[in-house]
Design a protein around this ligand. Structure first.
Ligand code: ZN
Ligand code: FE
Length: 648
């Protein structure tokens, strides 16, 4: 920022304490020839700094300046250079004019547009084929963020920390000119501060909050190389602000929330991975391949668990390639040669298939870990718990040992084994995966199977459904055709979101549940009472929570025009009560007083708050996630810890 400095407005300025590291490193030891900076020969001025032990740039591997270092360029979506005196000034002008820019950041390309411009945000949604999933917004300073969002001291501190993650903070579109289309239907916003010189320069030039989202088409991995980005993003971005410093490791932005003044990881990548999580024991060298969605893998060595950065949803070959590349890099950097391979029980998960092949070709033992056991063990591991716990796994979906889809589970578990002590009642998902997107199908799954096929639907939003589809749904349920059974807590939220008319069709994972959560009052929820009825019965040692009365009561409230806010809060309170009552009964039989909460549904902050509060009130010790995500991004850690115990 200093006009007198030889690096004035140079976007690749760094010192030993800042600048890129993990994204440019190709091997250890961390020396310039083993990084993507090897292409750039330092000029005499830079060399002098690099060689001088008294200089802040002594052995700063990415050291560079405008004479010798990487250069910025602006190109259009045909890759043609845009003639400009100053690429950043020109880029800012384009952003202000409503254009969409692909910007080469630290770990890949980001897509940026003016967050206060509704047309620009909508255009980005259309082109990226991302109709509703919220975008993150970058703002120049904390003061800028305070104009739009409410921040606690702890949130402010986290935003300003060196890792500079995205933090989900309170936001009310009524009091902010950031367009509602950035996070439709939500009352929180993912915000972050600039974390590279390039971002600082651009944000100071535009003086606008900028949407800053990963440069990819829907669920593909973030684009990394210049040519690749041009090819993959040319139909999304109007211009590309790029440079010639290569990125070795794709690295998304990390996402956090602050709960009880403490940071909680939802997505762990830039600034966090591969920093290891400490294990309370010495581990064998294990490769845990992780789950399918929000995938991470985990490698262990000594008392370290290296959870990879967020890889993404393992549903296409691009992501698999990213996975394999990243795994190779980790094995090299941390000198790990797996002795055991671990994976999910689900035979169709791409990472499970990878694990089976890897174990076979390397002649290694393979440990298959039940999905929700992995969730619970992951929570135990990061909290350093060795004794048995009651694990409450409220989740979307995971492969169960009985062939059904689990997701509302109460496990008596230690790191090595578990026993399924309880579950939410099984209901059919008419149409299978279709019922996850079309939440009304899930609602009908509950209604028809628990309340009967003749249950009247008058006064509910289901009149929109064509009669032919209703008939098919009824048949699927009655005959059990393409209607897998699930005990998922996530699906229960989906169903209530459909019955209340909050969300009939989800365009991104957990949309219905998130929107239902957002409708609940956000303040003074802890001392609220009121709950829906449920019963618990027991058969062959497994307690089952019956949900028919709950559904009937929800429908009654909708028919009585009870505000959605009340219904939503009542449902949250009920889920917390279900957890408390189940834990009480299981504790009475087992004597266990420690509860671990895990599973993606606990990203619901209201549910997490109510559940842990009520459990503590009931005298339990409650453990939750902070370091590893409670969603499937934390599965690999649980797998690795379980595999070490299982093969002792
Ligand atoms: Zn130089
Ligand atoms: Fe899960």
């Amino acid at each position: 920022m200093n006009p007198a400095d030889r690096r004035y407005r140079y976007p690749f300025t760094n010192c030993t304490n800042c600048g890129p590291r993990f994204t440019i490193i190709e091997d250890i030891p961390y020396d310039r020839p083993a990084t993507t900076m090897k292409e750039f020969k330092m000029c005499p001025d830079c060399r002098k700094e690099y060689d001088d032990p008294g200089n802040r740039r002594f052995h700063a591997q990415p050291n560079a300046c405008p004479v010798c270092g990487p250069r910025l360029e602006l190109v259009d979506n045909y890759g043609r250079t845009v003639p400009t005196g100053d690429a950043i000034k020109k880029a800012a002008t384009l952003l202000k004019a409503g254009k969409i820019l692909a910007i080469k950041g630290l770990g890949g390309f980001q897509l940026a547009c003016d967050a206060t411009n509704p047309q620009a945000a909508q255009l980005l949604r259309d082109r990226k084929r991302r109709p509703a999933k919220p975008f993150a917004v970058m703002m120049a300073t904390i003061d800028d963020i305070l104009i739009h969002c409410r921040l606690s001291a702890a949130e402010e501190q986290l935003l300003m920390s060196p890792a500079a993650p995205i933090v989900l903070v309170g936001w009310d579109n009524k009091f902010s000119d950031i367009t509602a289309g950035v996070a439709p239907g939500l009352n929180n916003l993912g915000v972050m501060l600039p974390y590279t010189p390039l971002h600082h320069l651009l944000l100071r030039e535009t003086r606008l909050p900028l949407v800053m989202t990963s440069g990819n088409l829907s669920e593909e991995p973030i684009a990394r190389d210049n040519e690749e980005a041009l090819e993959r993003l040319k139909d999304i971005a109007d211009y590309f602000l790029r440079h010639n410093r290569d990125i070795r490791a794709r690295y998304d932005d990390s996402v956090f929330v602050v709960e009880n003044k403490k940071p909680v990881a939802l997505r762990r990548a830039r600034g966090y991975a591969p920093y290891p999580i400490h294990l309370p024991y010495t581990s064998k060298q294990i490769l845990a391949c992780g789950a399918e969605l929000k995938n991470t893998f985990c490698l262990t060595r000594d008392d370290h668990a290296f959870i990879s950065q967020h890889i993404g949803d393992m549903e296409n070959t691009e992501t698999l390639e990213h996975y394999e590349n990243t795994l190779e890099l980790y094995k090299k950097l941390f000198r790990i040669k797996p002795e055991i391979v671990a994976c999910d029980l689900h035979p169709e998960y791409l990472p499970s298939k990878y694990a089976i092949e890897y174990a076979a070709s390397h002649n290694l033992p393979l440990v298959k870990v039940q999905h929700h056991h992995a969730h619970i063990v992951s929570c135990m591991a990061e909290n350093g718990i060795e004794e048995p716990v009651i694990g409450v796994a409220f989740d979307g979906a995971g492969y169960g040992t009985d062939g059904h889809i689990w997701g509302g589970e109460f496990l008596v578990a230690d790191r090595q084994k578990y026993q399924r002590a309880g579950q939410l009642e099984y209901v059919p998902m008419p149409g299978g995966a279709l019922a996850i997107k079309k939440t009304y199908r899930m609602a009908l799954g509950y209604i028809y199977s628990l309340l009967g096929q003749n249950f009247p639907l008058e006064g509910l939003a289901f009149s929109k459904i064509p009669a032919s589809e209703l008939t098919i749904i009824k048949q699927q349920i009655a005959k059990g055709l393409n209607a897998p059974l699930t005990s998922s807590a996530g699906r229960l939220f989906d169903a209530v979101a459909a019955i209340t008319g909050v969300c009939f069709e989800a365009s991104y994972e957990a949309q219905a549940a998130i929107e239902l959560e957002m409708r609940a009052p956000q303040r003074r929820t802890l001392n609220q009472s009121g709950r829906y009825p449920f019963t618990i019965d027991e058969k062959s040692g497994i307690k089952t929570v019956r949900l028919g009365k709950l559904m009937e009561a929800v429908i009654g409230d909708v028919r009585n025009n009870m505000p959605v806010a009340h219904i939503s809060l009542k449902l949250h309170l009920t889920m917390a009560e279900i957890a408390v009552e189940m834990c009480r009964e299981i504790s009475r039989e087992t004597g266990i007083k420690s509860i671990a909460l895990s599973g993606g549904v606990f990203q619901n902050r209201l549910l997490l708050k109510l559940t842990s509060h009520k459990l503590k009130e009931a005298g339990f010790k409650v453990f939750t996630h902070h370091l590893a995500p409670c969603n499937d991004g934390g599965i690999s850690l649980g797998q690795a810890v379980n595999a070490n115990q299982a093969r002792k």
